[in-house]
Design a protein around this ligand. Structure first.
Ligand code: AMP
Length: 246
């Protein structure tokens, strides 16, 4: 069984990023980059499945600039067996990523593609769904538990009304939710061992250009300072003066 885990290099989700003054982009100077947190959960899940079934082979793949190698090496250090890097500095959008991943899937024939439910830099939540549609594979999104048996994936999803357990045939596409697991801390030997694991460079297989254009970035309005009040009456008066209470 082969699990393919697409991982994206994203701005550290804890970094405070501001738009450029002209709104045409983000000011990324001094900003750290990480594996998209949901993709880290996907790698962790693949590694946990491999710990239960050592026959599993884990391939991680990233589409992006030369720097994405850093995140692929981290995924190898977490326990992935092999990495593929579709190296490109082209502008990407979920439709292009899904097409490139489709080409990788045709080459690699994975049994399961385990993606993050969304990339935290753009919150698109589109790539997995587009990929499943292109491949005509069944999909289960927002997994909080995954079990494989009898040629099927049993996927638990947390919904507003409780837990839903789905069974979908393999091959399939699954996306990870936050509660699926907590990614492991990588010990130093893992990082050193990862340096000798295979990382193959690939070229883009499609030439599509993004059809979605970001027009501008605007920072949210700055919050005004809070005020302490001594009594409930004072609070009510304050709220009335701000028009928040009639
Ligand atoms: P999105 O649809 O952009 O929110 O991304 C959903 C998921 O698609 C991510 O969590 C990754 O698993 C995968 N993905 C998105 N962009 C890339 C990329 N450039 N390289 C590899 N995987 C990606």
């Amino acid at each position: 069984m082969k699990i393919l885990v697409p991982i994206k290099r994203v701005i550290d989700p804890y970094a405070k990023v501001k738009p450029l003054d002209d709104g045409t982009g983000l000011n990324l100077s001094g900003v750290k980059f990480e594996i998209n947190p949901f993709d880290e959960i996907a790698v962790e899940e693949a590694v946990r499945q491999k710990e239960k079934n050592p026959e599993i082979q884990i391939i991680v793949v990233s589409i992006g600039g030369p720097e994405s190698e850093e995140q692929l090496r981290k995924a190898l250090a977490m326990g992935a067996d092999e990495a593929l890097h579709v190296e490109t500095t082209d502008q990407l959008d979920p439709s292009i990523v899904a097409k490139e991943l489709t080409a990788v899937v045709k080459e690699q024939n994975p049994t399961v593609i385990l993606l993050g439910k969304q990339a935290t830099d753009n919150d698109n939540n589109q790539t997995a769904q587009m990929l499943a549609a292109q491949l005509e594979w069944p999909q289960a999104t927002f997994a909080s538990k995954i079990e494989f048996n009898d040629g099927k994936a049993n996927v638990t999803r947390e919904t507003d009304t409780g837990e839903e357990v789905l069974a979908i045939p393999l091959p399939c596409v699954i996306t990870t939710d936050l509660r699926l697991n907590e990614p492991r801390f990588i010990p130093l030997p893992g990082i050193i061992k990862a340096r000798s694991k295979p990382l193959t460079k690939l070229e883009r297989q499609t030439s599509d250009q993004p059809r979605v254009e970001v027009l501008s970035y605007t920072a949210p309005p700055t919050r005004s300072a809070g005020k302490k009040v001594a009594t409930v009456d004072e609070l009510i008066a304050e709220l009335k003066s701000k028009g928040a209470l009639a």
